[in-house]
Design a protein around this ligand. Sequence first.
Ligand code: 5AD
Ligand code: SF4
Length: 356
Amino acid sequence: MSTCDLTRDELIDLLRTDDVHALKLLRENAYATKLRAAGPIVYARGLIEISNVCIKNCFYCGIRRDRTMTRYTLTLDEIVECARTADHRGLGSIVLQAGERQDAKWVQFIEDALLALHRATRRRLHVTLSLGEQSLDTYKRWKAAGAHRYLLRIETSNRELYAQWHPADHSFDARLQALRDLRTAGYQVGTGVLIGAPGQTIEHLADDLLFFRDLDIDMIGMGPYVVHRDTPMGSLPVEDDLTRANLMLRMVALARLMLRDVNLAATTALSTLRPDGREQGLLHGANVVMPNVTPMLHRGDYDLYEGKKLCDSDHAIECITMKAAMLGERIGWNRWGDPIHALKRHERDCTATAMS
Ligand code: 5AD
Ligand code: SF4
């Protein structure tokens, strides 16, 4: 398997060090690994925030169930329109993200939306879903309707910390099972964690990286924790913005070094904490960016954390293209940008089947 075996102690040292030379080497090695494993190319996914309705109540999240706020769900036509926009702009791939809902009406709505958007874009787009925990049956239905990839953050791989960040009825085991079910249903599977949130230690983060490796994950979408004051965790102290952003960059670099050929996102929350966050993410080995193509009308209501950037989709796409060009990278226009890691697994599986 194409991973580099950093030990837990080495990971902890690299997450903790203040040695400028060691940090420069870490960044350069991660970027060189990214160039070798994935080439000088950045994939842009059009992010569509289809609803901020959520049945969950995570203590850190601004769209948690108990928060009183304007709730919205895009119509099927609006989702199709966003997909068309992404397609016209040459994005090649979209992410449908929402709070969690598991009712039959919602499951059907997503299935209908998938079918409709593929019809409208002649199946040119690859679709990633980020819609939380669902049953294996639902994952299978959405896969059959045309979803290819699924992102489900474990948030933390530490069971006790998970319990601190969530109400008692949010089950760590159910989340783990959901990640396994996604693989069973045939998705390319992504996960990720919050970085720099209250109670989290460097040891927890090192274990998160080992967790990604052991799960043989295809895609990683980690993000720095950003305070939302109107949440139960909102009054707890955290390190300053730059410290959390830099911790995230180290995590990106280490994930690239360890997992090599996975897709790794430079997430929006990083640019909330550091104006050059996205470029830095790319320089530390990320190869995916996600310009937001949600209609501006609803953008402010997908209020996960404070200070979330709200620039329009043209601007977001232009910004990212320019930044990538400045680093000598190309954008993979009209490309699906499947993780090489998943393609290799697929090849291995096919060979095994052919030989059996
Ligand atoms: N800071 C950063 N990310 C957050 N998310 C939720 N709340 C916050 C926050 N305060 C992220 C979670 C979730 C995704 C939808 O948003 O990691 O998986
Ligand atoms: Fe809902 Fe996700 Fe926010 Fe938790 S983190 S409250 S599941 S949107």
